[in-house]
Design a protein around this ligand. Structure first.
Ligand code: AN7
Length: 368
């Protein structure tokens, strides 16, 4: 029997563009259809029209839910009992949640000690078997590939093409909301599945005549975890943005193609720039994102130097920006995923007596 709850996720919304049939049981948590929020302040800085695609509002708090509804639905169709993934934390949260809903077991391999607190809690609360690997994400993904060969597990990392299919729906939504593709699309890049998926989505809607153009894709990496920017895999990626602490992106070719075909580029931002952008976005636009998701905002600041003029970077897509050009930033995960890293913004609260007078005095001190 069809249930209305299953009629509002990305498979329901974009069924005709996805590899599903009547035989596919739709496992959904009503993911997708996230807000595209206009940012007046970022628009003023760039002279363009800047929008933020707030993917942190998906059911498990990140864009991974779009791909996971597809991967788990197809795994269910194929009769899988156990799904497996490596993760920097968001894929595991999504896999665990959708597996729970599908009645499947879920095992997740995580880099020991390098997962944000909220994401770790999610894996456990949704009932996954959690294995902490003494190594980084790239080691965990290597193990997933190896374990996948036995056929005992359905792999739900983005090496599973259904993940990319689900994630491309974000590009569809943006086109439908703006009436066209934007001129520039900026997003963080780790394992590179998402930039690959967006580019696929943009190209598909262009070919179908639903969009009149394609955006330039700007992929942002952390300076300490920037294999695509440098053009070579890295052995010891390091960044405060643990979500994108990845040295050997699985979708290398897809990311390279997205950037070269679109006339875009890769950019890097320092951890300090990421944290400053995270605080800026929260305190100026009311949008709290995890560190990896602040990377596109940091890139925008880097490219514009907060001066309203693009900096002198040869590859910069902004050099071509016209007044009013549309720019979309995908902010991929919710800020509450990683409260510990956000503590840079926290100072000890002023404690007062419980009187209005004491509160007034304390407030006066803060605003001084
Ligand atoms: C918030 O969860 O790789 O370039 O294992 O969690 O598609 O990998 C997460 C990646 C950006 C990068 N922002 O996307 C994982 C994982 C956030 C993320 C990315 C991730 P991809």
């Amino acid at each position: 029997m069809k249930h209305p709850f299953n009629d509002c996720g990305v498979i329901a919304r974009y069924r005709e563009f996805l590899p599903v049939t009547d035989a596919t049981p739709v496992i959904s948590l009503s993911e997708g259809s996230t807000p595209l929020i206009h940012s007046p302040k970022l628009s003023a800085i760039t002279g363009g029209e800047v929008y933020v695609k707030y993917e942190g509002l998906n059911p498990t708090g990140s864009f991974k839910d779009r791909g996971m509804t597809m991967a788990i639905s197809k795994a269910a169709e194929e009769g899988a009992h156990t799904v497996l993934c490596a993760s920097t934390g968001n894929t595991s949260a999504a896999a665990a949640a959708y597996a729970a809903r599908a009645g499947m077991k879920c095992a997740v391999l995580l880099p020991a000690g390098r997962i944000a607190g909220g994401k770790m809690v999610q894996a456990y609360i949704y009932g996954a078997s959690v294995i902490a690997i003494r190594g980084n994400f790239d080691d965990a993904l290597r193990l997933v590939r190896e374990l996948g060969e036995t056929g005992d597990f359905a792999i739900v990392n983005s090496i599973n093409p259904y993940r990319i299919e689900g994630q491309k729906t974000a590009a569809f939504e943006i086109i439908e909301e703006l009436g066209n593709a934007p001129d520039i699309h900026i997003l963080p890049v780790g394992n590179a599945g998402n930039i690959t998926a967006y580019w696929k989505g943009y190209k598909e809607f262009k070919e179908l005549g639903r969009s009149g153009k394609l955006p330039r894709m700007l992929g942002v990496q952390a300076a300490g975890a920037a294999p695509l920017y440098h053009g070579a895999p890295m052995d010891n990626p390091e960044t405060v943005a643990t979500a994108i602490r990845i040295g050997r992106p699985a979708s290398w070719d897809g990311a390279k193609a997205a950037v070269s075909e679109s006339g875009g580029c890769f950019e890097i931002v320092e951890d300090s720039e990421i944290l400053a952008a995270q605080k800026w976005l929260a305190s100026n636009e009311g949008i709290f994102v995890e560190p990896a998701s602040a990377a596109p905002v940091a890139a925008l600041f880097k490219c514009f130097n907060r001066s309203g003029k693009p900096t002198q970077c040869d590859c910069c897509p902004f050099r071509q920006i016209q007044p009013g050009a549309k720019v979309v930033l995908t902010v991929t995960g919710h800020g509450l995923k990683d409260p510990d890293t956000a503590k840079h913004a926290v100072t000890a609260p002023i404690e007062t007596d419980a009187t209005a007078q004491a509160v007034r005095e304390a407030l006066a001190k803060i605003s001084n």
